[in-house]
Design a protein around this ligand. Structure first.
Ligand code: ADP
Ligand code: MG
Length: 724
């Protein structure tokens, strides 16, 4: 098909497609967690003692008693097979942002050639996928490619229903033969343990006798785009890179703000209902759904859960979105910036820490005691963000998120903390030591305590901050939409562990000096604010002034690109942080740098190659064809003595020439391979390849505005964003 014939056909197919009729909605309580082997199903199927033991492991994170594995495996298999599962899979979370799984049948071949249905504790607890095809950053050589998966008891097993049948999925950790973490789950679990330990000590110092296991919680808001599959299949860039590398802005974009919270298109609603039903069955509490700012953009936000479970559920949610989209004739784009000039997608990671005895530790609470506790934890967070801001930046650094951070729609690449007016004032007062004087605002209640009493306030909002306090949690808003939330959660838990450890030691020594608890707290918090207060910022994070002030006056880092941010992982103080908290060994951390750097380089190289291919083989021929038509018209009219407009032809010729020239520059640039270090290569991608890609695009998009629509081969922004 030449010209726009394929596009026309796609539009025809979309506008004439029969809508998948919405299923009659099921009652939530009927389907909730029906595909999950959760505590209540365990209770129903396990002997009492076994259930008690496994519940203890799940709730407290204590070591699993290996002697119960066989019994649990049997109950799990019976439940799964009763639901039609023929296979089981150890699901793991490699250092990419994806999930991986290895499927096995429930059968085992016996010596006599017969098969029996088998699923022992041993295979439940440990698996051995071929680890060689997963990135490991040099930890293992491929010939020594053994990697092991191990059952994560704290994240429930579930059944995944696909067109090919049902599979029992068991969330697992993934480690090397030598015991190094090869995934995102191991360090997440370790970071929770480190935070638990430090938090426990602080809570006890604060006078709590009974302190339960402290866990971290996460509620992630996922933004995504839906476009029709008929269009996506005609765009090599969407297929291979997940974003458009070309495309002129449509006449109407998002400037009317008419999409946000507008009515959800019917076809999308049917899709959402389908997604939610699947999620409910998987025990994933999908709660809010709405349109987002850009046309074709939506959001889904499950209710928060324990960080480890939330993280697995987040991976599953991305899988379900993609899979269900396919069934509805859509493609779900999780890329951070699928369309230039149109808002990108993020994943706000709402994060807190808490336990069964003291509750949410980032909730100001009602009593002065709760308030004091809150201020201590909040102060620890402030210290953490200031000390380890570059780490927070590094864990959200990907080629795709670089398109968002620092642009005028997403938080800047500078890490700061937004506290809200009231809380910011309280911390300011703690810093200057004038807490006793702000009573008139009704904010402070000194009571018997010298600590301020905070009023409960959901908190004013600041959408320009990368990390904002929102009443009883922090919202890490700079995380990318396609990312696993594990990386950010690991960073947050680990830096909090370090800060709480510091706070604990400081409190201990002030108490030993004879200070009253409340005075000791104020002394320590004052020190936090004096040393780390520069990271607190309540103004407009998008403004030029902030970018200047943050760097020049406050000494905060502005790591603009992934190439700038990732080397943070090699800094000695980051290596120390992970080593002393026991979250990652130096070898594990170094391997992570290699893996993430490699992913960054690869994705830019793939995009650059695509730019060259598409410019040469799709856009150039279209321009040429139209130019030929224009030129022959001009020539034949000249034969008739008519001097026809030559400007358009000239403009197209000039733009085509410019595109050809930059494409060839990009081609040459891509051939360079001699780099001294990985860092050099990353910088080359950021500084040379990416600007050249933009340059090619500039001429190509201008051509799209000159060449007749009937000659243009690629589905346009207008079609992709507005036709559903
Ligand atoms: P908004 O769009 O205003 O930021 P949403 O309601 O879309 O808010 O999302 C808020 C998210 O924060 C939800 O996933 C919610 O469950 C989560 N959340 C609420 N409390 C906590 C908490 N204590 N810890 C972690 N996440 C939380
Ligand atoms: Mg939010």
């Amino acid at each position: 098909m030449s010209g726009n014939a394929a596009r026309v056909q796609a539009v025809h197919q979309i506008t004439n497609r029969a809508l998948i009729p919405p299923k009659p909605p099921e009652r939530l309580e009927d389907i909730w967690a029906e595909n999950v082997f959760n505590l209540s199903k365990m209770q129903a199927s396990l002997p009492k003692a076994v259930f008690k033991s496994i519940k203890n492991t799940i709730v407290t994170g204590e070591k699993l008693d290996p002697s119960i594995a066989d019994t649990v495996a049997l109950a799990m298999r019976d439940w799964a097979t009763s639901k039609g599962a023929l296979y089981y899979a150890h699901v793991f979370y490699p250092m990419t942002n994806l999930s991986a799984e290895k499927h096995d049948g429930f059968i085992s071949v016996q010596g006599d050639g017969n098969v029996i249905s088998e699923f022992s504790g041993k295979v439940l607890v440990q698996g051995e996928p071929d680890g060689s095809s997963f990135p490991n950053g040099g930890i293992r050589d491929t010939f020594e490619a053994r990697g092991y998966t191990g059952w994560d008891v704290t994240s429930p097993a579930y059944i995944m229903e696909t067109d090919n049948g049902s599979t029992l999925c068991i969330p697992t950790v993934f480690v090397s033969w030598t015991g190094e973490a090869l995934d995102k789950k191991v360090p997440l679990l370790r970071s929770i343990a480190a935070m638990d330990k430090a938090a426990n000590k602080v809570l006890k110092l604060l006078g709590n006798a009974n302190v339960a296991h402290v866990n971290s919680s996460c509620g992630a808001e996922q933004e995504y785009f839906l476009i029709d599959a008929n269009f996506a299949s005609q765009r090599p860039d969407l297929l291979l890179a997940g974003r458009t590398l070309f495309g002129k802005a449509p006449a109407k974009g998002q400037e009317f703000d008419d999409h946000y919270f507008g009515a959800i298109p019917e076809r999308v609603q049917v899709f959402m209902q389908d997604v939610e039903e699947t999620l409910y069955k998987l025990g994933i509490p999908a709660k809010t759904r709405h349109n987002e700012v850009a046309p074709g953009q939506f959001e889904i936000a499950p209710f928060f859960e324990a960080a480890n479970v939330a993280s697995d559920h987040q991976q599953l949610l991305m899988t379900v979105l993609k899979h269900t989209a396919k069934q509805h004739g859509f493609v779900c784009l999780l890329h951070e910036k699928p369309f230039a000039g149109i808002n990108g997608s993020g994943k706000h990671v709402n994060w807190s820490v808490g336990n069964a005895t003291q509750g949410n530790l980032l909730d100001p609470g009602d009593s002065p005691h709760d308030n004091a506790q809150f201020l201590v934890f909040c102060g620890a967070v402030i210290r953490g963000v200031h000390k380890y801001g570059p780490l927070m930046r590094a864990v959200i650094a990907t080629a795709s998120n670089d398109h968002r951070l620092g642009a005028n729609e997403a938080p800047p690449a500078i890490m700061s903390v937004y506290l809200g007016t009231q809380l910011e004032e309280v911390f300011e007062q703690i810093k200057t030591g004038t807490v006793t004087e702000s009573k008139q605002k009704g904010v402070m209640d000194l009571g018997v305590d010298v600590l301020p009493h905070l009023t409960k306030d959901a908190g004013d909002r600041n959408r320009t901050s990368p990390f904002a306090f929102t009443g009883n949690r922090f919202e890490f808003r700079a995380v990318g939409s396609s990312q696993s939330v594990s990386g950010p959660l690991i960073a947050l838990n680990t830096m909090l562990a370090d800060s709480l450890d510091w706070v604990g030691n400081r409190l201990e020594s002030e108490l030993a000096n004879g200070l009253e608890l409340s005075t000791a707290i104020l002394t320590v918090l004052k020190e936090v604010m004096e040393t780390h207060g520069a990271v607190v910022f309540g103004g407009n994070g998008y403004s030029e002034e902030w970018h200047k002030m943050a760097v020049d006056d406050r000494g905060l880092a502005n790591l603009r690109t992934t190439a700038d941010a990732l080397p943070t992982l090699k800094e000695a103080y980051i290596e120390d942080l992970f080593a002393k908290t026991g979250v990652l060994t130096p070898v594990e951390l170094a391997s992570r740098f290699e893996v993430y750097a490699e992913q960054y380089i690869l994705s830019i190289e793939v995009e650059a190659k695509l730019v060259v291919n598409m410019a040469k083989t799709i856009i150039y021929p279209a321009a040429l064809e139209y130019l030929a038509k224009l030129s022959s018209t001009i020539a034949s009219l000249a034969g008739l003595g008519v001097d026809f407009d030559k400007e358009s032809a000239k403009k197209i010729a000039d733009l085509t020439n410019a595109m050809v020239a930059t494409t060839s520059k990009l081609s040459t640039a891509l051939a360079k391979h001699d780099f001294a270090t990985t860092e050099n290569k990353m910088q080359y991608c950021a500084q040379t390849l990416r600007p050249l890609m933009d340059e090619v695009r500039l001429s190509a998009d201008a051509l799209e505005g000159e060449v007749a629509d009937s000659f243009w081969p690629l589905p346009t922004y207008q079609e992709m964003l507005f036709i559903k």
